[in-house]
Design a protein around this ligand. Structure first.
Ligand code: GLU
Length: 290
């Protein structure tokens, strides 16, 4: 059964770009005779707010969408993400990183190999501290993140490393599926469990896609690069592989991607001021599949 999902993070009110995304995901689910789940990706409790979350339900309802219940809210499942992290710890492919942001930037600035900018920010390659140093920092209560070691993962997978690939379905035309080589190293040693929340978007999302039986991950082009890291995580955690599809993004008049921080009106503002759903669809008609 074709199953996809719309997985917003309630870190702000949704805007037209999210309407495009939700309607696109729903369109492909309908077209395939499958279903679209709604998943609330709220693990970043430092930024998520209840009022943003309840607006998501009202916005999607207003757009005429529906979804099976109960809806998975990631904050209710931290122990599961911890278990997935433990699997990576046991496989020795992650290490504790105690660096502060400032220390990290100093290392990166003085290391030409790390000058690349990855999809999530500066690229950093490190290694675990000697056991005695780690023990000392842990005893002092120094917070740490867990980073995925590209070197350790590559060593562990040996020749299988270069075979990691992903299947990408094109959005238009015949919607062909093409296979591409995955290059997770573009992220450097990515943070898999943040210091403050104990997990990351990447880990929680990949975990849930597998748990919920997602066959097709359909999302905006802004997350196109994440597939490289997600495929590596799926291989390391022995999770099934979905097909990926990325849709074009809505941009403002200057060609810049709309963001929750922008002044662009939120869907909440639009529906409260009497805008009709048909008008919303008309505004994004160029990019909308029907
Ligand atoms: N929660 C992510 C976001 O709001 C989307 C995750 C995904 O579709 O993989 O940007």
């Amino acid at each position: 059964m074709f199953r996809t999902r719309f997985a917003p993070s309630p870190t702000g009110y949704l805007h037209l770009g999210h309407a495009l995304s939700a309607l696109t995901v729903a369109h492909f689910a309908r077209q395939a005779g499958g279903e679209m789940l709604l998943r609330i990706e709220n693990t970043d409790f430092t930024r998520c707010r209840d009022e943003y979350e309840s607006a998501i339900f009202d916005d999607l309802d207003w757009l005429g969408l529906d979804w099976p219940t109960p809806v998975r809210r990631q904050t209710a499942h931290f122990p599961e993400y911890k278990k997935a992290l433990q699997k990576l710890i046991d496989a020795h492919v992650v290490y504790r990183c105690f660096l502060s942001r400032k220390e990290l930037m100093t290392i990166i600035d003085s290391n030409p190999e790390m000058s690349a900018h990855g999809p999530d920010g500066p690229v950093y390659f490190g290694q675990p501290l000697p056991a005695s140093e780690e023990a000392h920092l842990i005893e002092q209560g120094t917070p740490f993140a867990w980073r995925l070691s590209i070197r350790a993962a590559r060593d562990m997978l040996c020749t299988d490393w270069s075979d990691i690939s992903y299947a990408e379905r094109s959005s238009g035309g015949e919607m062909l599926v093409a296979r591409h080589k995955a290059t997770p190293e573009i992220f450097g040693d990515a943070v898999i469990a943040r210091k403050d929340i104990g997990t990351s978007y990447h880990l929680a999302s990949v975990h849930d896609d597998a748990l919920q039986g997602i066959t097709h991950v359909i999302r905006g082009d802004d997350l196109k690069q994440a597939v490289h890291l997600h495929r590596l995580l799926q291989v390391l955690l022995d999770l099934p592989e979905p097909v990926y599809q990325h849709h074009r993004l809505l941009t403002d008049d200057a060609g810049k991607k709309l963001s929750k921080r922008d002044e662009s009106p939120s869907l909440k503002q639009m529906r409260e001021s009497g805008v009709r759903t048909a008008d919303v669809k008309a505004q994004i008609a160029d990019l909308l599949q029907d």
